[in-house]
Design a protein around this ligand. Structure first.
Ligand SMILES: Cc1cc2nc3c(=O)[nH]c(=O)nc-3n(C[C@H](O)[C@H](O)[C@H](O)COP(=O)(O)OP(=O)(O)OC[C@H]3O[C@@H](n4cnc5c(N)ncnc54)[C@H](O)[C@@H]3O)c2cc1C
Length: 397
């Protein structure tokens, strides 16, 4: 395919959880879609990867859950909470059509989604970096410009450009998307992978000013993580002198039992993560463009909800753009509806995230986790009750 040749219905910039899901749904709705990403897949991104029940509902509705489980990411059916000297295990109930959660490595999940977008008919180009947006004479966004891996220019027209290009979205900056709401960015999440221990399910450890845990993932390994205020992460780094030792120090403070078990495990990755994670909501659309995923809404990872946000909003946006592409439809009404639905859908968990990110005392933190769990169940039920975009076309393909 010569990327510069044609004018597409939609170009999606960024092909991970938000971008590939949006592209897949638009392609299933019969739209002509191109995804470009500067990364080459399979590849990881900075993120742990527990998918909440509502995100698992999306994977199941889109027909991708079996493939995710088939990748070797274990079906997780138990969560154990460790707080104030007590441990309690709970079985994940069957609700909204699912009785498990899952935590696939991002290089696995993102590749499955990109392949699903391609199977649905989208073109996917990797190793292409978008540097700016093309505009028509009226100033409407009308395509992308950038370059491929060899530096050759890439310049493609489209009726809509969707920015699914993450927190530092080039599309958002080039389009001039306003930040409509910003809260303090105080939280840090750091993680590493470990092999050599059997993990039965998710484990969560609550302690003063910290929250740690284990997400079982592919290859029999586990993602071990710790969330703290960024100031504590920085102080640990100054005290210890290395990222690995700082991580060990924070884990020891949050979950000494876990640290003890990790002595028998092998760390298989560097320690990675993010400090000062923004909590912000951007304007979701303008003439010829829209944002989805972290590009439009970013929150602290303490609630592990970004992948689910991306899946939920990908569907809202795909439906809105499909309508806007229809003849005689008021595009502003369709995309404004997307922004309203997104802002309403994210509100409860955004508020809980901001409160958790302030690290209240353990009993209040645990209480907020219970509120989070109830909010996720409500979200999952709402998603499970919707018609699946493009399902009819998929069935007849
Ligand atoms: C430390 C940490 C832990 C987390 N843990 C969890 C968790 O357990 N569960 C959960 O649900 N969420 C978690 N999240 C949040 C989750 O990672 C994000 O919400 C999610 O990755 C957002 O997906 P996205 O597709 O919007 O963007 P991204 O995953 O950021 O993907 C953006 C893509 O755009 C591409 N791109 C960017 N700029 C350009 C450009 N100019 N040209 C071409 N391509 C471009 C990039 O290469 C990238 O592939 C965590 C986040 C962090 C930082």
């Amino acid at each position: 395919m010569n990327p510069n040749q044609s004018r597409r219905d939609v170009i999606v910039v960024g092909g991970r959880v938000a971008g590939s899901a949006t592209a897949m749904l638009l392609a299933r709705l019969g739209r002509d879609v191109l995804v470009v990403d500067q990364a080459v897949f399979p590849s990881d991104t900075i993120s742990t990867h527990s998918i909440a029940r509502s995100g698992v509902v999306q994977l199941q509705r889109w027909g991708l859950l079996d493939e995710v489980l088939g990748s070797g990411a274990p079906a997780i059916r138990q969560v154990t909470f460790h707080a104030l000297g007590e441990s309690v295990s709970r079985t994940i109930k069957h609700k909204s059509g699912v009785g498990l959660v899952v935590s696939p490595r991002r290089y696995v999940l993102d590749t499955i989604l990109a392949a699903a977008a391609e199977r649905a008919g989208a073109d996917v180009l990797h190793d292409v970096t978008v540097t700016g947006l093309r505009r028509d004479r009226r100033g409407r966004v009308a395509g992308i410009s950038g370059h491929d891996r060899n530096g050759a220019p890439v310049d493609i027209g489209a009726r809509y450009v969707i920015g699914a290009d993450g927190l530092r979205s080039r599309v958002a900056h080039s389009a001039g998307a306003a930040i409509n709401e910003a809260r303090p960015a105080g939280g840090a999440t750091q993680y590493a992978y470990y092999a050599g221990i059997q993990w039965i399910g998710i484990e969560l450890f609550f302690a003063d000013r910290s929250f740690a845990g284990v997400f079982p993932t592919n290859h029999g390994q586990a993602c071990v993580w710790v969330c703290t205020p960024s100031a504590d992460a920085r102080a640990a780094r100054r005290r210890t002198g290395s990222r690995v030792e700082a991580f060990g120090d924070l884990l020891q403070r949050s979950a000494p039992q876990l640290t003890e078990r990790l002595r028998h495990a092998r760390r298989t990755s560097p320690v990675q993560g993010m400090l000062r994670m923004p909590n912000q909501i951007r304007q979701a659309f303008g003439p010829g463009w829209a944002l989805v995923g972290d590009a439009g809404y970013h929150r602290d990872a303490v609630t592990a909800h970004g992948i689910t946000d991306a899946f939920r909003d990908a569907e809202l946006l795909a439906v809105a753009v499909d309508q806007a592409l229809g003849a005689g439809v008021d595009e502003i009404a369709a995309l404004a509806h997307y922004q309203r639905q997104r802002d309403q859908a994210l509100r409860e968990i955004f508020e809980i995230t901001c409160r958790l990110g302030a690290y209240p005392a353990v009993p209040a933190f645990v209480d907020l986790q219970k509120q989070l769990s109830a909010a996720i169940d409500t979200e999952a039920a709402a998603l499970a009750s919707r018609p699946v975009p493009g399902e009819r076309l998929l069935a007849t393909a």
